[in-house]
Design a protein around this ligand. Structure first.
Ligand code: MRU
Length: 346
């Protein structure tokens, strides 16, 4: 994606100097700032605090976290402790464990002296793999979108939830990859962007779509039903944090309600995700751990104050009881098709 005219990836590293930089997504869409990570603890904190987020990007960040750890302490015990620290940051997205597990397996047989270099190389390969995979998802998804007929005259109207775009990956996005491919191919598209309370990742989607000049409209999450019911949505396309062996899909909370509305109105509901998001050890969605996040995500709203500085506004008193499940599971029978780098599965 171009940021101010410069092609930019969401994560970059200097193995010689021993740092990794990520875009601080907690400051977006108001501020675009890089944050530098020097240690595995920095990487774990960036994932936990959601400075980086989105299943593919947290996987790659964890890969670089392991590289930072290997530079500091390449012993077997050091690597295992780092891997456990990183794996414990967020429970639902399986890409995290996939990235860490794969890299650890690669480093273990090496002598400690060779592990640091191999870890940095492995992390960079994870990043390149993500970019290539997303390009393939974009190609396969575009073919699917080309087959749709708009329900009303005008552009193809797509709806997405959360942010499964460039910001959630190293580059290109998963759910947004077909959207970007469609726009590049000259297909007329317009995207309904669901706000995605409580953390408002939809604002990240709106931010990146505007940088790519893709027509889009921000909506409150609760507006999805009426738009789907009144022929204003030709397809919903979302990402995934984990897909069970039977095809059940865990994704950002609110995804399931969109899938239900789509099924009720015969609107296609597509999930775009890399194969690394499929967890064959999880038989059904019931086995997917759902992250429960802190209540302040509901009690406080982040924005800019009158002076234009980032600020939190309290909308619920301190003691107000709240629940904050961060993901939900959409059963496989509500998913029209799964788009991966290998193609489209109905
Ligand atoms: O809590 P988040 O913001 O990390 O959740 C992100 C999502 O739910 C995305 O849809 C998913 O990770 C796919 S990102 C390509």
């Amino acid at each position: 994606v171009d940021v101010n005219g410069v092609p930019t990836r969401t994560i970059r590293a200097d193995p010689v100097a021993g740092w990794v930089e990520v875009i601080d997504q907690t400051l977006l869409p108001h501020r675009f700032e890089w944050v530098r990570l020097h240690t595995v603890d920095d990487a774990a904190n960036a994932i936990r605090s959601m400075q980086v987020r989105g299943a593919p990007l947290i996987g790659v960040t964890a890969g670089y976290g392991l590289a930072l750890a290997a530079s500091a302490d390449p012993s077997e015990a050091g690597l295992v402790a780092a891997a456990e620290l990183l794996a414990g940051t967020r429970p639902t997205a399986v890409n995290l464990r996939w990235a860490i597990g794969g890299l650890l397996e690669r480093l273990r047989p090496l002598t400690p002296a060779r592990r640091s270099e191999a870890a940095w190389r492995g992390a960079a390969e994870l990043a390149e793999h993500d970019v290539a995979v997303n390009q393939a998802i974009g190609r396969h998804g575009l073919a699917l979108l080309r087959g749709l007929t708009p329900r009303r005259p005008g552009p193809l109207r797509l709806m997405t939830h959360c942010n499964a775009g460039w910001l959630a990956t190293v580059d290109g996005g998963t759910a947004l990859a077909p959207v970007y491919a469609a726009a590049a191919a000259g297909l007329q598209v317009r995207v309904w962007v669901s706000e995605t309370r409580p953390r408002n990742q939809g604002l990240l989607t709106a931010w990146e779509l505007s940088h790519q000049e893709v027509p889009h409209v921000l909506i409150a999450d609760n507006a999805a039903g009426v738009l789907i019911a009144t022929d204003q949505v030709d397809a919903v396309i979302v990402g995934a944090d984990r897909v069970a062996a039977n095809g059940d899909v865990a994704n950002k909370v609110g995804t399931y309600l969109k899938a239900l509305a789509c099924a009720a109105h015969q609107v296609p509901f597509y999930v775009a995700a890399p194969l690394s998001t499929i967890d064959s050890s999880c038989a059904t969605g019931a086995g997917i751990p759902i992250e429960q996040r802190g209540g302040d995500e509901l009690r406080l709203i982040r924005g800019l104050n009158a002076a234009g500085a980032p600020a939190d506004i309290r909308q619920v008193p301190d003691a107000g009881p709240v629940a904050n499940p961060a993901f939900d599971v959409t059963p496989a029978h509500l998913v029209t098709a799964l788009i991966t780098e290998k193609g489209v599965t109905f």
